[in-house]
Design a protein around this ligand. Structure first.
Ligand code: PHE
Length: 438
């Protein structure tokens, strides 16, 4: 990104808005419920919360503080720690290049929902036809193009910040709508079964897979492990802002949105007798049922999906930003060329990803269709590896005391301990488990 942009956030508000914009998105409303469902509900929630407020938050603080100090894109920031470490920034670029295509496919589903809810066929029909829709060859691909090109256009024209501010204004509305939906759902018969499923951990069910999935969800949901907060921190002028005070609310808000989503989706799944193992379709088949059960549901649904689209776009912007900044700073491309080149690549990969629900569903890697494989690779492997390397770079090579995240001496010491020991050991052991070594 250009230097004038780098100097442009006068206060910490810019950092908070962009960070919340990146964190809150499809990860909360779409990914969280189905990953939690696949991993036993309560047991998953338990590990997810622990992981967020230990490893996750430590890495968010470390990334933001590093960006504020190094004033550079991720590759430059790691290079600032040691020239040998520049490659860590490149891992973030790869991760982003993998997430953008499938994230945009889901973004396309949202646009499809919005468009279809205007037509005569009611939203309930959309619910019934959802699996037919995502497995068809033309329509979801076209909606994906609309989503991706709109996001790219925002980054190309350079109006991200305006969009972010606007979306943050809409965030309170998202909360309000989620609250109304939750209350509505909780008054339905059988709804408490869903609450129990979500809140009762069965410790005997916690396996290596639960841990890996929970950790992947934490990284994905708070957007940590690929240098986003390094980039955003680098735009902060004031070196003395209190990083923990600034970033803690971002992480907490993100968790809160996921909790509200869980408390809406799971009770509805039980109340309406929907399939818990619906996978990526879960939110999309559950919400229309809820809307159909409330007065003015169609209007309500429309408003909800429009806001969700805004939340998804601000996350996509942050993902595109990583690659754009990298191509500009490291390969010296112009910003516009970088956006066009990257969008072209994503159009191709995203088409394949979208088709993996239909025509290409027979093409599997490691037993997973392309969509699932992209998601697994990015969230469960690349982002944790990025986080692990960040913790090692900050904790062992730079020295954690070089980054001040809290004014309070004890909290600062706690942070230093977590970056140096807790985060690397925790992430490493969970990853080791993946390769079957423990
Ligand atoms: N955190 C975003 C969400 O919850 C997704 C995202 C992942 C954004 C990684 C940037 C980086 O939707």
């Amino acid at each position: 990104m250009s230097t004038n942009m780098r100097a442009s956030w006068g206060s910490k508000l810019g950092l908070v808005l962009a960070s919340a914009g990146s964190a809150i998105g499809l990860g909360n409303l779409w990914r969280f419920p189905f990953i939690a469902a696949e991993n036993g509900g309560g047991s998953f929630l338990f590990i997810y919360l622990i992981c967020t407020f230990s490893v996750g938050i430590t890495l968010v603080f470390a990334e933001a503080a590093l960006g504020i100090k190094a004033k550079s894109d991720p590759a430059g920031a790691f290079q600032w720690i040691s020239p040998r470490l520049k490659f860590i920034g490149a891992i973030g670029v790869l991760t982003s290049a993998i997430i953008v295509p499938y994230y945009s496919v889901v973004g396309g589903w949202i646009i499809a929902y919005i468009v279809k809810s205007f037509s005569a066929t009611a939203i309930e029909n959309f619910e019934t036809h959802f699996s037919e829709f995502i497995s068809s060859s033309v329509s979801p691909v076209l909606f994906f193009y609309v989503y991706l090109i709109s996001t790219a256009a925002i980054v190309y024209i350079g109006i991200e910040k305006g969009i972010e501010k606007f979306c943050k204004l809409m965030m309170p509305l998202l909360f309000l709508l989620l609250l109304v939906l939750m209350i509505r759902v909780l008054t339905l018969d059988n709804a408490w079964e869903g609450v129990k499923f979500f809140f009762t951990p069965d410790f005997s069910k916690i396996t290596g897979k639960t841990m890996l999935s929970a950790m992947g969800q934490v990284f994905f949901s708070i957007s940590v492990g690929m240098g986003i907060y390094i980039t955003y921190g680098s735009y902060v002028k004031d070196e003395h802002i209190n990083v923990s005070k600034t970033m803690f609310p971002v992480v907490s808000l993100d968790v809160l949105v996921s909790l509200l989503t869980g408390l809406t989706i799971f009770p509805a799944v039980f109340a309406f007798g929907l399939p818990m193992n619906a996978g990526p379709a879960l939110t999309f088949i559950t919400l229309p049922k809820i809307f159909a059960s409330i007065p003015f549901g169609q209007l309500f649904g429309l408003l909800f999906f429009v806001i969700l689209l805004g939340a998804a776009i601000t996350s996509s912007i942050s993902l595109m930003e990583v690659v754009t900044t990298f191509l500009c700073d490291q390969i010296k491309m112009t910003r516009k060329k970088a956006v066009v080149a990257y969008t072209g690549l994503c159009l191709i990969t995203g088409t394949l990803v979208s088709l993996s629900f239909g025509k290409l569903s027979g093409f599997k890697i490691g037993g997973k269709i392309l969509f699932d494989q992209f998601d697994f690779l990015a969230s469960n492997i690349l982002m944790p590896v990025g986080g692990l390397l960040t913790a090692i770079a900050v904790g062992w090579i730079l020295g954690p005391e070089k980054l001040t995240v809290c004014k309070n001496k004890y909290l600062q010491k706690g942070f230093e301990f977590c970056v140096k020991w807790l985060a690397p050991i925790a992430v490493f052991s969970i990853l080791l488990n993946l390769v079957g070594l423990i």
